[in-house]
Structures are given as C-alpha cells and as structure tokens.
Design a protein around this ligand. Structure first.
Ligand code: NA7
Length: 541
C-alpha cells in the first residue's frame, strides 16, 4: 500500500523504545496525528533486543525511568537497584498500556528510507514491505546503540555451532549446559554476560581484545521503605534528574583527586568500591579531564584486579592501561572473580588476533578453540550507525550519509537537527549529551523540546524549520572543543568510532553537562528558535 500526500500524518516517529513511546505520547497530547514504526514485534527498543544472559541496567532504577507523569511514577515499583532486562521491558509495556500507545504503533516494520520532498514540504517514508507514508515531521527515536557490530571474521558461514550477538538475542532461552562456549568482547555486555554464562557452560573461553575497568554494581533488592520514600520524593528526584550534570541521582564531589593525600584518596576509592555503582566515577571532579587524577583511579582498580584474580598471569592480562572511564565505565557482578573459575579461560586476542572461524570453532594467530556456541558481545556502530542504516535524504536529494561524509564531518545543531533536512529531528542524536547522560532524562528533555517546537510552529503558521549552516557549524565546533578538553578523546572506544573498522574517528557527544545543555536548548526556544531558519511559506497540495 502506498499513501498519498493528502493522507499525510503530522509526524512519523521511528522506534518504540523510551524515546519513541514518549514522543508519541507528547505529540498525541498536543493534537498531532502521529504514527510510530517499530522493527520489533513489541515495544522496548534496546530493552526489547538485548535479552542476553545477565542483561541489566547500570543506572539506578528509580532514576532510569520517565518522570513526565507523577501517576506513572507512583504506580510502578522497581524491585532492585539495577533491574534485569525483563523488568525494564515490563515497565515499558506497562507505559505503553497505561497511555494506550500501541494503537498508534505499527510493529514488525522497519523504516528503510525517508526522503524530503521540497514541493510539498513532506517527508516520504519507506517501509520494508514497500509501503510508504507521508509526514510533515520525521523524527528518529532509534537510540545511539542499535546498529549491531558483527566483525567480518572469515569463515563465520562455515561455523557449525550456534552464534548470537548480545544485541539480537533470541527470545527463547539459549541453553549453555554442557556446551563449550566462546565470547568475543568485554564491554558492558560481555562483562554482564560472562559471569552468568560461566555458571552454566561446561567451559567458557573469553576472547579479550582490551581489558576493562569495571567496579562492582552491588545490586540489591530494594527495601520497601526506600521505594516508599522515593515515591514521596518524586518532585525532588525529577528536579535532580532534570537539573543535574548527568541527569542522574549522583553528584560528583567538588574536589580534585590531587587535593587528597594518597591515603585519603585510597580511602575515598575504597569506600566507593564498597558502596558500588557509579559512586566510583563521582569520587572526584577531575577524573576525566586530568591525566594525573585519572591515573590514581586507574591504579586503584588495577590493584583490586590483582587482589581478586588468583592467577597472576591471568590478572596481568586483565589489567587495563588506558585512561579510566574513557571507554564507557562498567558495573559488574563478580566479573573479575569469574576468572578464578576452573571452567573459564581468558585469551588475549590483541597479541594473537582472531584469524577466522572454522566449522568446529575459532582460530587465533596462535591456537584453535573448539566451540559449540559463540557469543558476539562486540558492540555497536554507535551514534551515526542507526541513522546511516536509514536512507535519509534532505533537500535536493542530498543523503545524510553524504552530508556527514560517512561520519567524518557530522554537523548538527544541538544534536537535534541538521541543515538541509527541514522538519527532521533526532532524539538523542549525535552531538547531544545522550549516552553520557542518564538516557531517560536525556530523552525526556529532547522529546519535550521537539514537541514544544512543533506546537510553536503550528501556532505561528510556520511550515518548515531548519538549522542554519552557521548555527550547526558553531555547535559542532563547540562540541569538539569541549571534548578536546577531556581524556575521552584519547582512547579508542565506540564513543570515538574507533571500534568499527574503517569508521572515521570523531567524538560525537556533547560533554558540557546536561544542565548546561538544557539551558542552551531552552534559550534557543525562548528566543524564537534562533539558529534555525523558520519559513511560513504555505505550500499548495
Ligand atoms: P562495547 O562496549 O563496544 O564492547 C565491545 C567489545 O567487543 C569490546 O571489548 C571490543 O574490544 C570487542 N570487540 C569488538 N570487535 C572486536 C574484534 N574484531 N575482535 C575482538 N574483540 C572485538 O559494546 P557493548 O555491547 O559491551 O556495550 C555497548 C554499550 O551498551 C555500553 O557502552 C553501554 O552504554 C550499553 P575493544 O575494546 O574495541 O578492543
């Protein structure tokens, strides 16, 4: 079926995760005809796809949720500090049901292309089954980490065992019992999955390219009293999420690591280690900007690894030597301890890289490993990957991928919009604070800004909104300048695009702080959307 422009919707939103669900809710409340298209068969986004063993959130649950509805916050009760994926998925289903969102979501539908048609000022949006739909506004809520990265190893087709990527995990349980399992990757997903798979598999071989710093999550069930208080303190929690630097419940101490003596620092780190979670990253304000400060935290964790891991040779392989926290900081449950198990082997594939998969397993430069199951915990083509998976074309048929020169010249205004692509918004897009902020908080801020913007355009008879080239150039430069002041840019990570072979290196996250960013966005709106070109040209249909 193909629609014509007369049937045009006000807005099409891609994705039914945290972002798409709330975008739909807000636009519908404001009276705009809106439809969400979702590739999965139900809601959840990243929490629909990531079903690997041990998958859980590493932001405290009372903050990892929506705050737009007090009623919703009162009705939903989290069981533990860092809930597992099924519980978060239940939460998102609860939200979809409570606000009757499903009626405006088309599932099992992948958006493959979106082309802007200047004559009509409409986006023509294409779906996998050749269906098209027109909309005035095209909005992506596709997340920053949804384009899976499966490295091109030779021989994958010949592998006779089962293989899975953590981000595309099957719905039915994968049975590891009595199996020789291999896992490639020790990022957040690998670190969560490894201890759980190790308990079940006959043998687990971990193929590690870069060792990781991880600190104990110390997850626990919530005390009902704590939950009761959090519900009573809803307004405060909401304010904290909206006005803090990280959109989260924790606030960094306003002290340099170098202001403390070695003994004092050790005690601060030890306390944070024992408390668990992101207490560690909040110990000192300069861990991510000052090399010397960073080294103190890195050294503390390296010492912990040597204490925890019994075999010194294994411990040595697990010691990271880049700046702490400049790959995404990880929380774990018994990660380093798992390497004390007899059924777990750690293989360093930095020195002896993976050469190929064989029918019976995996071959590195110096050995062969027999495997029944191989898990790819190899991450994502972050930030630009999900956008480039859709053929997005703006004015004059220019492709987003071309405009951004395959990712080497990404330019956005506020991470929300890009010149040449009118009426197109990216929720948590590149150059917004996105993944370095508590995601639900970042999403709520973007969704509210976009919904208010669209209402403003309607009230003021504006037909198109488009970032100016000057504004986006200035914003992109500002993002780079802020990033260059930190240690993040000095490490190979998915933040910098270095995890994808051939991907241009570019740091695409705004690091000026969520509170600062929100103020900038609010000022832009209250100044009549400065930095955007608003056109009231009425187009005849
Ligand atoms: P990550 O954090 O990108 O981790 C991917 C892991 O896979 C990492 O250890 C990589 O090593 C490893 N990897 C990737 N390609 C290869 C190849 N070709 N050979 C060996 N090892 C490889 O992804 P996650 O899914 O764990 O986490 C993504 C985010 O989800 C996380 O940051 C949270 O925000 C939630 P490398 O470090 O690149 O050497």
């Amino acid at each position: 079926m193909t629609s014509n422009q007369k049937d045009s919707l006000d807005a099409v939103v891609v994705g039914a995760g945290f972002a798409g669900l709330y975008m739909l809710y807000r636009l519908r409340e404001a009276g705009f005809t809106t439809r969400v298209y979702e590739a999965g068969e139900s809601v959840g986004g990243v929490w629909y796809w990531n079903r690997y063993p041990g998958a859980r959130c590493d932001i405290e649950s009372i903050y990892y949720n929506y705050t737009f509805s007090k009623e919703l916050y009162q009705e939903w009760t989290w069981t533990s500090k860092y809930p597992e994926q099924p519980e978060i998925l239940r939460y998102l289903n609860f939200v979809a049901d409570k606000f009757h969102l499903r009626q405006d979501i088309q599932f099992n539908t992948r958006i493959t292309a979106a082309h802007y048609e200047s004559e009509s000022n409409r986006w023509k949006i294409y779906m996998n089954d050749d269906e098209t739909v027109y909309a005035k506004y095209f909005i992506t809520g596709i997340g920053c980490l949804s384009a899976t990265n499966i490295p091109h190893f030779k021989g994958l087709d010949s592998f006779e065992g089962e293989w899975y990527h953590t981000g595309r995990w099957p719905h039915e349980k994968v049975d590891f019992k009595g199996k020789k399992v291999g896992i490639i990757g020790t990022g957040s997903s690998g670190v969560q999955a490894i201890p759980v798979i190790a308990k079940e598999a006959e043998h687990l071989t971990v193929f590690q390219r870069t060792p990781q710093y991880t600190v104990p999550a110390r997850n626990h069930l919530y005390d009902p009293e704590y939950i009761k208080r959090s519900k009573e303190n809803f307004e405060m929690i909401r304010k904290q999420m909206r006005e803090s630097t990280s959109g989260n419940g924790f606030i960094s101490r306003d002290r340099s690591a170098l202001d403390d003596s070695q003994e004092q620092r050790y005690q601060v780190y030890e306390n944070a280690w024992n408390e668990g979670g992101y207490a560690f990253t909040s110990t000192y304000k300069d861990l991510f900007v000052n090399e010397e400060a960073n080294k103190t935290a890195a050294e503390f964790i390296r010492t912990k690894i040597k204490e925890i891991v019994c075999d010194p040779k294994v411990a040595e392989k697990l010691l990271p030597n880049y700046y702490y926290g400049t790959k995404r900081p990880i929380l774990d449950t018994n990660y380093y301890e798992t390497f004390n198990r007899k059924n777990v082997t750690l293989i360093d594939v930095k020195n002896a890289p993976i050469e190929k998969l064989t029918p019976k397993g995996l071959r590195t430069a110096d050995a062969e490993y027999e495997l029944d199951i191989l898990v790819f915990a190899t991450g994502y083509d972050g930030m630009t990957g999900p956008l480039f998976n859709i053929d997005i074309r703006g004015k004059n048929g220019v492709k987003l991928k071309e405009k951004w020169e395959d990712g080497s010249k990404v330019r956005t205004y506020l991470g929300l919009s890009t010149a040449g692509f009118p009426n197109f918004f990216t929720i948590t897009g590149p150059e917004s604070p996105s993944v370095l902020v508590n995601m639900p908080a970042a999403i709520e801020q973007h969704v509210e800004w976009i919904a208010d913007c669209i209402s403003y355009l309607q009230e003021n008879n504006v037909e198109t909104i488009e970032a100016t080239i000057e504004a986006e150039q200035k914003w992109s430069n500002h993002c780079r300048e802020v990033a260059e002041m930190t240690l993040y840019v000095k490490t190979d990570s998915w933040y910098t695009g270095a995890n994808i072979v051939g991907k241009p290196r570019s740091f695409l996250i705004y690091l000026g702080g969520f509170d600062v960013y929100r103020k900038i966005c609010d000022e832009v709106a209250s100044n009549g959307y400065n930095g955007f070109h608003l056109s009231s040209l009425k187009i005849q249909h």
